[in-house]
Write a protein that binds this ligand. Structure first.
Ligand SMILES: [Zn+2]
Length: 296
C-alpha cells in the first residue's frame, strides 16, 4: 500500500480570479482535491505588503496594480479587477509563507504560481509580480535557487538575477521566451519529445544544486510541457512529468536535504477539470509520498 504524509501548502480562497486562461481559475480546484485526498494541509497566507513589492518592482508599476490606475498595458492580463489584484497579492504572500514552511519542514508548496515572466518594470505572460524574486529579496542571507521546469523560460526571473545577488535561475524549457544566460542564469532548451535530453538537463540542474548547496530551492513544476497542452512545444508525456517531479523532490528532500517548495506554474488544458487539474494534483501526491518515505 502506498502511504502519504501531507505536506504544508500555502493557499487562500482569495487566490481565485476568473482569468481567461486556467492560470488563476484552476487553483481552488487543485487545492480542494489535494486536501481532500490527504496530500496537503492548507495554510492561509497574509497578502504581500506594498513595501516588499517596492523592493523588487518599479514603485509606479506597483501603484498602478494596487490602485487600478495607470497603463493597463503593463498588467499581465491587459485588464484589471479587484479580485485579480487581491488574488495576485494573496498568491505572493503565499510564496513568502511557502518559503517559511519549507525552511521549517524541508518541503512545502504554494498552490499557485511563481509568476516567472514578471520583470522589474512590468508584468507579462499572465505574471504580475515575480514571486520568485520576491522570496530572494526577503531572504537576502541565503541563496534562492529557482529550478524552473515550466514550458516557457523564466525571462523575468533572469532579469532579476542582475540585481539580486542571492538569486540563481535554471530554466529547462521548450520555449525560451526571452530568458537569457548570465552569471546567475542558465537556460536549457528541450527539443520536441526528447525526454532523454530533458532528463539529462534535470540531472545537470540537480548536480549544480548539490554543488552550490543553496539555502532554498523553488521548483516550478509546470504542466504546460504536457503533450496535450495548447502551449507545449516540448510535448512531454504525463509519465515523464510524474517521473520529473519524483526525481526532483526525492533528490532535494532525501539525497541532498536542501529545503524546497514547489509551485504549479503553467498548465492550460481545457476543460481544466479533466486533465490539467489531475496533472497538478499528481505533483502533490508525489510530494506527500516522498515526505512519507523521508519519515520512515
Ligand atoms: Zn508556461
Amino acid at each position: 500500500m502506498i502511504q502519504n504524509h501531507p505536506i504544508r501548502a500555502a493557499f487562500s480562497e482569495s487566490y481565485f480570479s476568473n482569468t481567461s486562461t486556467p492560470s488563476m481559475r484552476k487553483l481552488t480546484l487543485v487545492a480542494r482535491r489535494a486536501a481532500e485526498a490527504g496530500f496537503v494541509e492548507l495554510v492561509e497566507p497574509q497578502p504581500v505588503g506594498r513595501a516588499e513589492l517596492d523592493q523588487i518592482h518599479d514603485p509606479a508599476y506597483v501603484h498602478s496594480i494596487l490602485s487600478g490606475e495607470g497603463p493597463l498595458s503593463k498588467c499581465a492580463f491587459g485588464y484589471w479587477s479587484e479580485d485579480y489584484r487581491d488574488g495576485v497579492l494573496a498568491i505572493n504572500g503565499g510564496n513568502l509563507l511557502a518559503a517559511r514552511l519549507a525552511l521549517e519542514d524541508g518541503i512545502a508548496a504554494n498552490v499557485a504560481q511563481g509568476f516567472h515572466h514578471a520583470a522589474p518594470p512590468n508584468g507579462g505572460g499572465y505574471c504580475t509580480f515575480n514571486g520568485l524574486a520576491l522570496v530572494a529579496s526577503c531572504h537576502p542571507d541565503i541563496e534562492v535557487f529557482v529550478l524552473d521546469c515550466d514550458e516557457h523560460g523564466g525571462d523575468g526571473t533572469a532579469e532579476f538575477t542582475k540585481t539580486l545577488p542571492n538569486l540563481f535561475n535554471f530554466s529547462i524549457c521548450g520555449t525560451g521566451m526571452a530568458a537569457f544566460e548570465g552569471p546567475q542564469s542558465i537556460v536549457r532548451r528541450v527539443p520536441p519529445r526528447d525526454e532523454k535530453q530533458a532528463h539529462q538537463y534535470m540531472q545537470e540542474a540537480l548536480d549544480l544544486i548539490g554543488e552550490r548547496r543553496p539555502g532554498l530551492v523553488i521548483y516550478q513544476a509546470g504542466m504546460d510541457p504536457h503533450l496535450d497542452d495548447p502551449l507545449s512545444r516540448s510535448k512531454m508525456s504525463g509519465e515523464f512529468l510524474a517521473a520529473r517531479d519524483e526525481f526532483v523532490m526525492k533528490t532535494l528532500l532525501i539525497e541532498l536535504g536542501i529545503p524546497f517548495f514547489f509551485v504549479l506554474a503553467g498548465g492550460y488544458q481545457e476543460p481544466m477539470e479533466k486533465k490539467l487539474v489531475p496533472l497538478h494534483v499528481q505533483t502533490f501526491e508525489i510530494a506527500s509520498r516522498i515526505n512519507h518515505q523521508r519519515r520512515k
